[in-house]
Design a protein around this ligand. Structure first.
Ligand code: SAH
Length: 495
C-alpha cells in the first residue's frame, strides 16, 4: 500500500487534470488510436515494433485482422500475384524445377506459405501443379501461416471452396484442398509448424516480411565525461551510480520510439498527428541488445548520427525456414561444452537432425539488396502514401526488407542450407520464361481490351522504372547446401 502511494507519478495536479480531460474528450482517429494512447500514457513510449504489431495484427482492431478488402482495386494496395495469374504459375514452375533438381522425392512434400493474403499465389501454383502429376502426387499437405482470422476465411474459400468446412485443431485450423485432395492447415505463427526431419518443405513468402515489426535505432554521440549515465527502467530513467567511464567514450544506440504528440493530445491543435517518433532519452534493454546481434551494425555505431532498422522477428522466420529445410547439426550436450555456460535451448527451438536437407524457400518482397534499411517505415491507404503512424489499424504499415539480415539468420540457423540472391524480380521472371507464357496467353485472347490489360500487367511485373515492380521487388532463395555448385533456376541455374 505504502509503496504504491509513495511511487505515484509526480505530475503537477493541474497538468495531470488537463491531460486527462482532453484525453477523454478527444475524437481519436480510430478506436485503436485510443487504446495505444492509453497504453503509452501508462507505460511510456513504445517501440515501432510494438506499434506495428498492434496496428497490423491486433485481433480486434488490427489492419489485417479486421479488413477483408486489403488487396486489389477496392483495397489499399496491389501485389504481384493479384496483378496476373502468370506470377503464381512461374513460382509454381520454379518449385517443380527445384523438386526435380533435388531428385524427385515421391512422398512427404509440404507446401508452406506465410502471409497468404487472399490465397491467390497458392491457388495459381496449385492449378499449375495439376500439369505436373508426379510432383502433385508427392504433396501431402499445405500449411498456411496467417495471423488474420478474416483472411484465413477468404483463403479457405479460395483454396477449399465456399462449402468446405474448417475444423479447429490443436495447432490451428484445417480444411481440404479443392485442387488436390490433401489437408490445408492454418497456424498463426511459424513456431507452431510441426518439425519433421522426413519432410520436404517448399516455403513461400510474398510481401510477408515487409509486414513484420521493425525496431529503429540512431547512434548518438558520446556523453560529456562529467555527465552521469542514465538508463531507462520501467519506472523511468535512472541514474547509474558510477559516473560512466568507459561507456561514455563511444557513441551508443538509442531507439526511435512512438510517443504521444502533446500538441494533438494535450492542446487539441487541429491537423497535428496523434503519434510521433522520438529518440529515447536513454539506452533501453532493446537498444543495448538488438543492434549487437549482427556485426553489420557495429561499424555504424561508432559513427554518430547513423540509423538502422532491425527486424528480430524476420530473423526468427528466416532461421525457421532454414531449419525446416536444412535441419540443425546435432548440438553437443550442453553440459559437456568445455568451459562454456551453454544454456539448454528452448524446446520450441529444437529441430530434429535432418540427415538429408531437402525443400526450399522463396522470399519475394521489396527491400535492399545489401544495405541496412533506414527510414523505410511507410503507410499506405487506398493506394496512396500516408503517414505510417496515422489512423492506427486502418493504414497498412510496412518497412523495407533487409535481405542480407535474412540470409545471415538462415545461414546461422542451419549448416544444411545455402542462400541465393536476392535478384531483382524483373530478372527472375524473365529467367522463368514470363515472355513465353505471356505470348502463349495473348495468342488465345481475341478481345483487344483484354489483350491490353494482359500486356500492361506483364510490363508492371517486370519493368524497372518507377512504376514497375521489376527492380524494387527482389527474390531470394534458400536451398539445401551443395557447395554453391547448383544455383537454382532464376538465380543462374537453367530451366
Ligand atoms: N502474400 C499476399 C499477402 C501479403 S500481405 C500477397 O502478396 O498478396 C501480408 C500477409 O501476411 C497477410 O495475409 C497478413 O494477414 C499476414 N500477416 C501479417 N503479419 C503477420 C504475422 N505477424 N503473422 C502471420 N501473418 C501475418
Amino acid at each position: 500500500m505504502h509503496l504504491t502511494r509513495r511511487y505515484q507519478p509526480q505530475l503537477p495536479i493541474s497538468r495531470a487534470l488537463r491531460w486527462s480531460s482532453t484525453f477523454d474528450k478527444r475524437q481519436w482517429s480510430t478506436p485503436l488510436a485510443r487504446t495505444l494512447a492509453d497504453a503509452i500514457k501508462v507505460t511510456g513510449p513504445i517501440s515501432i515494433a510494438a506499434f506495428m504489431r498492434q496496428v497490423l495484427t491486433s485481433p480486434e482492431l488490427g489492419y489485417y485482422t479486421t479488413r477483408t478488402e486489403v488487396f486489389g482495386e477496392k483495397g489499399d494496395f496491389i501485389t504481384s500475384p493479384e496483378i496476373s495469374q502468370v506470377f503464381g504459375e512461374l513460382v509454381g514452375i520454379w518449385t517443380v524445377a527445384e523438386w526435380i533438381a533435388q531428385g524427385r522425392r515421391k512422398h512427404n512434400v509440404q507446401l508452406v506459405e506465410v502471409g497468404p493474403g487472399k490465397g491467390t499465389l497458392m491457388d495459381d501454383m496449385l492449378r499449375t501443379f495439376r500439369n505436373f502429376k508426379s510432383f502433385a502426387s508427392s504433396i501431402e499437405a499445405i500449411y498456411l501461416v496467417e495471423a488474420s482470422a478474416a483472411l484465413r476465411e477468404i483463403q479457405k474459400q479460395r483454396l477449399c471452396g465456399d462449402d468446405a468446412v474448417m475444423e479447429e485443431t490443436d495447432i490451428g485450423h484445417k480444411s481440404i484442398s479443392k485442387h488436390l485432395n490433401i489437408p490445408v492447415i492454418w497456424v498463426e505463427d511459424i513456431r507452431l509448424l510441426p518439425h519433421d526431419a522426413e519432410k520436404t518443405p517448399f516455403i513461400f513468402a510474398h510481401e510477408f516480411f515487409d509486414a513484420l515489426p521493425i525496431h529503429a535505432f540512431e547512434s548518438v554521440p558520446p556523453m560529456p565525461k562529467d555527465k552521469v549515465q542514465e538508463i531507462m527502467t520501467p519506472t523511468g530513467p535512472t541514474k547509474l551510480h558510477e559516473p560512466a567511464k568507459k561507456v561514455s567514450s563511444s557513441p551508443e544506440w538509442r531507439e526511435l520510439v512512438v510517443t504521444l504528440n502533446p500538441k494533438a493530445v494535450e492542446e487539441d491543435i487541429d491537423g497535428e498527428p496523434e503519434f510521433k517518433l522520438t529518440l529515447a532519452k536513454a539506452s533501453t534493454p532493446t537498444s543495448l541488445v538488438i543492434p549487437e546481434i549482427s556485426d553489420r551494425y557495429k561499424a555504424l555505431k561508432s559513427r554518430a548520427g547513423s540509423t538502422i532498422e532491425v527486424s528480430p522477428e524476420s530473423r526468427i522466420y528466416a532461421a525457421q525456414f532454414a531449419r525446416l529445410i536444412g535441419g540443425v547439426a546435432s548440438p553437443p550436450p550442453y553440459n559437456q561444452v568445455a568451459g562454456a555456460s551453454r544454456k539448454a535451448p528452448h524446446p520450441s527451438m529444437i529441430a530434429p537432425v535432418k540427415r538429408v536437407p531437402s525443400g526450399a524457400a522463396l522470399i519475394m518482397d521489396y527491400g535492399t539488396m545489401s544495405t541496412i534499411p533506414i527510414n523505410s517505415l511507410r503507410g499506405i491507404r487506398e493506394h496512396r502514401a500516408v503517414p505510417p503512424l496515422s489512423s492506427p489499424g486502418q493504414v497498412d504499415v510496412s518497412a523495407d526488407v533487409d535481405f542480407t539480415a535474412l540470409a545471415e539468420a538462415a545461414i546461422d540457423a542451419s549448416e544444411g542450407i545455402e542462400v541465393h540472391g536476392p535478384v531483382e524480380q524483373g530478372d527472375f521472371l524473365q529467367m522463368m520464361g514470363i515472355a513465353e507464357r505471356m505470348h502463349q496467353l495473348l495468342r488465345g485472347i481475341s478481345d483487344g481490351e483484354k489483350k491490353k490489360n494482359l500486356e500492361s500487367a506483364w510490363r508492371r511485373l517486370i519493368e524497372k522504372g518507377p512504376n514497375g515492380m521489376g527492380r524494387i521487388y527482389k527474390v531470394m532463395a534458400i536451398i539445401p547446401e551443395n557447395g554453391g555448385k547448383r544455383p537454382p533456376v532464376g538465380f543462374g541455374g537453367r530451366l
